[in-house]
Design a protein around this ligand. Sequence first.
Ligand SMILES: Nc1nc2c(ncn2[C@@H]2O[C@H](COP(=O)(O)OP(=O)(O)OP(=O)(O)O)[C@@H](O)[C@H]2O)c(=O)[nH]1
Ligand SMILES: [Mg+2]
Length: 307
Amino acid sequence: MASWWQRLKGGLQRSSQALTQNVSAIFTKRKLDDEALEELEDALIQADLGVDMAQKVAARLKKDRFGKDVGDVEVKEALAGYIAETLAPVAEPLVPEAGAKPYVVLVAGVNGTGKTTTIGKLAAAWAGEGRRVGIAACDTFRAAAVEQLEIWADRAGARFFKAATGADAAGLAYDALASAKREGLDVLLIDTAGRLHNKSALMDELRKIDRVLAKQDQAAPHASLLVLDATTGQNAHRQVELFREAIDVTGLVVTKLDGSARGGVVVALADAFGLPVHAVGVGEGIEDLRPFEAEGFARALLDLEPA
Ligand SMILES: Nc1nc2c(ncn2[C@@H]2O[C@H](COP(=O)(O)OP(=O)(O)OP(=O)(O)O)[C@@H](O)[C@H]2O)c(=O)[nH]1
Ligand SMILES: [Mg+2]
């Protein structure tokens, strides 16, 4: 099996390609002048790093090397360094607290971002560490959603809580937490719908789930994850803002970094929100969710070898 690094680098290839080609084209034996910096800023924006981050990076490079002769490798190394600095504070793996029984993780996101898959992967990883894991199928809107999640739960050996299609999602969340407490589970993962009749119904349902959990355990949910699809690029910003209006988002998971050309958005998100990025998805398989690692990600994005 390919190493994690190879997997990440392979996945980010489409993201890094355009960026590194542009950087190379700009900085082939050239003085670092204003024109070069402007071109660099454009290349960074095109690579989904966002306008703010692109400006900051260009300003840093200007401060460090203005007027000097620079080569493309040197510039890539410098960029990877700046980006890693931005990412380091948000690279924070999600570790269930042992004291919380269960540690409740609410998982939200718009439809198709990878919520259910991420829950399956997290459940498998935590069960593999010897934790007793429960999963609640609170996406009661679609019958297929429950079946899909049940397959993941079986694979992970997780306890599965479900209700009939169309049942009250918050009611199920409440019951699942009561059962999980009774059964002494260590973790309870709560899947939610990505699509309801409309956006405000979706947000109302999330708020309600959030509320009923806190009724039984003031600290619950202990973590509220927002799952974002890297292929949506800058759209992810709007999703963060939207979900934060409904729930206290405590961290992000960014999926589909394999094959996305827009992996740079992770940098923009880190810069804009400073929310922990707990994990990244690099494939559909059970092992394809990995803790987010700042330097590795930055270097892969610039198509550099590991430090
Ligand atoms: N390539 C790739 N595919 C992924 C990744 N994560 C999820 N997927 C795929 O994306 C699709 C949607 O994933 P789901 O987990 O069903 O997404 P969801 O957010 O639960 O979707 P809804 O329940 O419809 O809102 C599935 O085909 C997954 O296999 C990833 O990291 N990489
Ligand atoms: Mg789902």
